[in-house]
Design a protein around this ligand. Structure first.
Ligand SMILES: Nc1ncnc2c1ncn2[C@@H]1O[C@H](COP(=O)(O)OP(=O)(O)OP(=O)(O)O)[C@@H](O)[C@H]1O
Length: 247
């Protein structure tokens, strides 16, 4: 088995005649928190969509461990363990936090999973919810309608909805978007604690957050890989400074 959780091998994506990604080859190691950064239009969302299966590459391959998943659709990828948080679209605002989690557990664990994934550590829906609630620090809000949560707590709920399916890999698109200043640090701490025992890949614009959180960073510019490295390596790279940070 490959030590990489996910690998992209010379992935290109074209929209009509426009090349959104060109020959992107990168692998994401198990158990690490990786961030994807780059200026507007760099291809970050397209790349995340290639990993999730929303966008199929026009060239190249995507591997999950050693398995070629290039042509697998979103649902199949979710079932084999690639979970993506879609911001608020998964949340039912009139339902409580607990009900939202229970519904997600029901859908992800019991309707599909037995056919595709051999074991789950949960024995009941209630056990799944009880385990995830404190992980995403929402136990005090279990009975609160999701629509009444702060932005930060809604992000936490989205994370809960994603991890309740026990994904091997968690993909997040701007997990700090829309949250208030005072919620940034707690949300970062939450991401760090969730990522501790999992593989997480996120797109994030907030550079302080990325530099603080990520084990490694992929810098995309104009649909190509400009740099891959640790936060220290990326921060000190001249090409990154010029092309991205504008220094
Ligand atoms: N469905 C599409 N059809 C045509 N062009 C697209 C499509 N989706 C994205 N693009 C273009 O591809 C390029 C990369 O877009 P993408 O959203 O992946 O970049 P991004 O780095 O996520 O940008 P941002 O930081 O602004 O969200 C952009 O120029 C965008 O206009």
């Amino acid at each position: 088995m490959s030590s990489a959780a996910l690998t992209c091998d010379t992935v290109s994506v074209t929209y009509g005649s426009f090349k959104a990604l060109t020959d992107v080859s990168v692998s994401f190691k198990r158990g690490r928190l990786s961030a994807i950064i780059g200026p507007n239009g760099a291809g970050k969302t397209t790349f995340l969509n290639v990993l999730t299966g929303i966008v199929l590459p026009t060239h190249g391959r995507v591997l999950f461990g050693d398995r070629d998943i290039t042509r697998l659709n979103v649902e199949r990828r979710a079932l084999i363990g690639i979970g993506r948080s879609f911001q608020t679209v998964n949340i039912f605002p009139e339902m409580t936090v607990e009900e939202n989690l229970r519904l997600a557990a029901q859908r992800r664990l019991f309707r599909f999973q037995p056919f595709f994934r051999p074991v789950t550590s949960y024995t009941t829906l209630a056990a799944a919810v009880a385990e995830v609630l404190p992980l995403v620090r929402l136990a005090p809000y279990a009975g609160v309608e999701a629509g009444k949560l702060s932005h930060g707590n809604q992000r936490a709920l989205e994370l809960g909805l994603t991890i309740i399916g026990q994904p091997d890999i968690i993909l997040l698109d701007e997990p700090l978007a829309g949250i208030g200043r005072d919620e940034i640090v707690p949300t970062m701490e939450l991401l760090r604690s969730i990522a501790r025992s999992r593989t997480m890949i996120l797109v994030e614009h907030n550079m302080d957050v990325v530099m603080n959180l990520a084990d490694d960073i992929l810098v995309l510019v104009g649909g190509r890989v400009l740099k891959r490295g640790t936060p220290t390596e990326v921060r000190s790279d001249m090409a990154v400074k010029e092309a991205y940070l504008g220094r």
